[in-house]
Design a protein around this ligand. Structure first.
Ligand SMILES: NC(=O)c1ccc[n+]([C@@H]2O[C@H](COP(=O)([O-])OP(=O)(O)OC[C@H]3O[C@@H](n4cnc5c(N)ncnc54)[C@H](O)[C@@H]3O)[C@@H](O)[C@H]2O)c1
Length: 306
């Protein structure tokens, strides 16, 4: 069985990724500084992996502070009687947005942790790495900084406008150089849109009242389960080198057609191709083409429609 380490596996996106990888037959080790609230590892005594015959397999949890390089090397190599060797790595752990703490604290947690993860993966001989970049490197908020065209793509240089996003831009640049140093290495950066769980969808119909409130990311989102699909497809891809992909739902958070919204709120942004109905303005064409990404979840399936 292929063993995948998921950093940040206790978080919002991480929980969906861990569940999805387990469902697809992977053995999963969650490397996080805290267990997921619902995990059996949240209790004091750690049960061993897959204890009951026939029971749904659980991810193993190992408490790691990724800002400590030594801990990361050991976590990616072996942990006593728990495991010996990691085959692939998904790096999601981070302070996940601007403004959750001070700018310097966000940068000091996220960027050195990603350096440690990338460098320790190399030390441990792991060439298959997928990590969470962010839609913010596309220049969010778009209100004050419109994109060059719709659907937004990966073809223009990153333009972070917050310290959080600067960290993601630095990580993408680091990834470029790690892959230059090691041509066998795959480092795929997934530029996730705003991650949503089913419980979040109850708030969506209210967005319709004031579209300007969600213009900051061109009305994008990604269901955590589809984010997990993208992670698995990136892990399974035979690509090498650094690649960045926008990962968004196939639709927007709105009921108003996307072209109508764009015309009203971004009248100067040209369309590279027509978009249909409520199709996403955060282009997932590259992810569809190169990863076979095919999002299947929409908020519309969880909220009564008129
Ligand atoms: N949530 C979003 O809308 C969104 C959008 C784009 C990108 N992302 C990125 O996706 C990733 C996951 O986001 P999320 O929403 O699941 O975040 P989250 O806060 O729910 O989970 C992050 C996890 O990382 C862990 N963590 C943070 N720093 C750590 C460290 N130094 N050592 C060990 N563990 C650490 C936390 O304990 C937490 O469990 C992040 O990299 C984030 O930047 C999130």
């Amino acid at each position: 069985m292929t063993r995948i380490a998921v950093t940040g596996g206790s978080g919002k996106l991480g929980r969906a990724v861990v569940a999805h990888l387990l469902e697809h037959g992977y053995e999963v080790v969650n490397l996080d500084r805290a267990p997921a609230p619902t995990s059996p590892f949240a209790s004091a005594s750690q049960p061993s992996l897959q204890t009951d015959a026939g029971a749904r397999p659980e991810a193993l949890f190992v408490r790691v502070d990724l800002s400590d390089y030594g801990q990361v090397v050991q976590a990616l190599t072996a942990v006593d009687d728990r495991y010996d060797g990691i085959d692939g790595l998904v790096h999601l752990a981070a302070i996940p947005a601007p403004g959750l703490t001070t700018n310097a604290a966000t940068f000091a947690n996220n960027v050195p942790s990603s350096y440690n993860v990338f460098a320790a993966a190399q030390a441990a001989g792991i060439d298959n790495v997928v990590w969470a970049s962010s839609e913010t490197v596309l220049g969010l908020p778009f209100g004050s900084n419109p994109p060059p065209s719709f659907p937004v793509d990966e073809e223009y240089p990153v333009r972070p406008s917050t310290t959080y996003s600067l960290g993601k831009a630095v990580e993408e640049e680091m990834a470029r150089h790690f892959t230059r140093w090691n041509p066998d290495l795959k480092l795929i950066g997934l530029r996730f849109s705003n991650v949503m769980e089913v419980a979040d969808y109850a708030a969506f119909p209210a967005f319709e009242a004031d579209p300007a409130n969600r213009a900051w990311n061109a009305w994008g989102y990604i269901d955590a389960r589809d984010g997990a699909q993208a992670v698995r497809l990136a892990l399974e891809s035979t690509l090498t080198g650094f690649e960045a992909f926008i990962i968004a739902a196939a639709d927007t958070v709105m009921s108003t057609p996307s072209a109508e919204l764009a015309e009203k709120y971004f009248p100067k942004v040209p369309f590279r191709r027509p978009v249909e109905g409520t199709e996403t303005l955060l282009g997932i064409d590259k992810a569809r083409r190169m990863l076979w990404f095919a999002p299947t979840h929409s908020w519309r399936d969880h909220v009564p429609q008129d």
